[in-house]
Unconditional design. Structure first.
Length: 451
């Protein structure tokens, strides 16, 4: 499989709108007269528009339904990374709802970048951080945490990001990108009450790319698929300390068999444990295949170890006979500062076996910090490429919430400062779109299923 990088640059053809605390929804949304709420901007945008959101707390959920186009996506961006914090309570299904007005049609080509997304308070949050039922959307660089805290009904769960819709409710969604997000503490009591129906990233659609994310401290799975998933790529993620396991792939309903997945260059460590569900031991693994899964997926160059199943080693649970994780590493991923609960620095330390040990198959062309891959003789496993200390300009997340919101305001705010807020055409977004070659066939829509 070949992967091409396409840089989508907004060159000022669309309008620039602004939202800030102290603004007014009766204003014109300009830089000098910003709106007060993101929802006001969502109600006003058209294809090609960009909404800049200033730092501050924005209470209430957001619903987006206007669609962009392939050449003119609609972009919402926190100009200071994680500086704009969106908070909603448990009366809402999600903090940010995209496409629900007409699933699979409304809300296509929407970009949501660099926001802090959470509940209004610990113990009072929606089921989902971002709930997406549209195609060709990009969710990049967001800090999503402390949602799905009030989910206690069997069969119902939540997620940091839930992406996908499928028949009979809507056309099958496809082509979404979940890139470079920091997703943690999903589920009850800060993500510490075991609940199998919650997931940091939950994918129901086709041809989705999940790369460079850091996910941890979730009371369910780190990453999971279901329903209509297939032809998805999971690469260069760091997945740790999730109670139900690291990655769970498969479809539990509908005619689709989850197949042609690419699972490469991930670090999946210290997930699972000795869990009990409805009075019985519950299997937990680093990588688990579940229900309907096809034989054509690729597992390669992952770093998987320290995962537990009922208190014993449990790195893999493959259903497909003969399945292996080729060229994998089973110990010793070293970090600059390893901490189990997200307060560390997860850049690889010099000498880590993950350096130069990755594969180009499925790999994104840049790392979590925007550093080009590779930096050495090969690509690195995990969300970060190794570079010598002092030569990397972006710090790691996790030192503290306050430090993160101050010292991690990079790409968008730098462009904002350089180009100003006048009518000058402004480069707003450098997004990653992976184009898979014909060597990897595309899944066609199939059949009907019940939800």
């Amino acid at each position: 499989m070949n992967i091409l990088l396409i840089l989508l640059l907004s060159t000022g053809a669309g309008r620039q709108f602004y939202v800030a605390p102290g603004g007014s929804n009766s204003a014109d949304g300009s830089a000098l007269h910003p709106w007060a709420t993101i929802q006001k901007a969502a109600n006003m945008v058209a294809p090609g528009d960009t909404v800049h959101v200033a730092p501050g707390i924005y209470t209430g959920n957001i619903t987006t339904s206007t669609a962009g186009t392939a050449s003119a996506p609609i972009t919402f961006i926190s100009d200071v990374k994680w500086g704009a914090s969106i908070r909603a309570d448990s009366t809402h299904r999600s903090v940010w709802e995209n496409g629900d007005a007409n699933p699979g049609v409304a809300g296509n080509y929407i970009n949501i970048i660099n926001f802090d997304i959470t509940g209004v308070a610990l113990g009072n949050s929606p089921r989902f951080g971002i709930f997406n039922e549209s195609s060709y959307c990009q969710f990049i660089g967001n800090n999503i945490h402390n949602v799905a805290e009030n989910t206690t009904t069997i069969g119902y769960g939540g997620a940091g990001i839930d992406s996908g819709c499928y028949p009979p409710w809507a056309p099958t969604t496809t082509g979404n990108i979940i890139f470079g997000n920091y997703i943690h503490n999903i589920g009850g009591n800060n993500g510490t009450v075991f609940w199998i129906y919650t997931t940091c990233i939950y994918v129901n659609d086709l041809n989705c790319i999940i790369s460079n994310n850091i996910v941890f401290d979730n009371n369910g799975f780190g990453v999971g698929t279901d329903h209509y998933s297939g032809y998805d790529t999971f690469s260069n993620n760091l997945i740790f300390n999730n109670m139900a396991g690291g990655v769970c792939l498969g479809n539990t309903s509908g005619p689709n068999t989850a197949d042609y997945m690419t699972i490469t260059n991930n670090i999946i460590i210290y997930n699972g444990g000795n869990q009990v569900w409805q009075g019985k031991p519950y299997p937990t693994y680093g990588i688990r295949e579940f229900r309907t899964i096809g034989p054509n997926s690729v597992y390669s160059n992952n770093c998987v170890y320290g995962n537990l199943n009922e208190g014993s080693p449990g790195d893999y649970d493959f259903l497909t006979p003969g399945r292996t994780d080729v060229n994998s590493i089973h110990s010793g991923a070293t970090f600059i500062n390893w901490e189990l609960h997200g307060t560390g620095d997860y850049h690889p330390a010099a000498g880590s076996p993950c350096i130069n040990a990755g594969t180009s198959q499925g790999a994104p062309p840049t790392d979590y910090d925007g550093v080009p891959r590779p930096q050495g003789t090969g690509l690195d496993i995990g969300p970060y490429e190794w570079v010598p200390l002092g030569s990397r300009g972006t710090p790691s997340p996790g030192r503290s919430a306050a430090a993160s919101q101050v010292d991690r305001s990079q790409h968008a705010s730098m462009l904002y400062a350089l180009l100003g807020v006048s009518g000058v055409a402004m480069v707003l977004l450098v997004a990653l779109v992976f184009v898979l070659s014909s060597a990897r066939p595309r899944r066609q829509k199939k059949g009907m299923e019940s939800r």
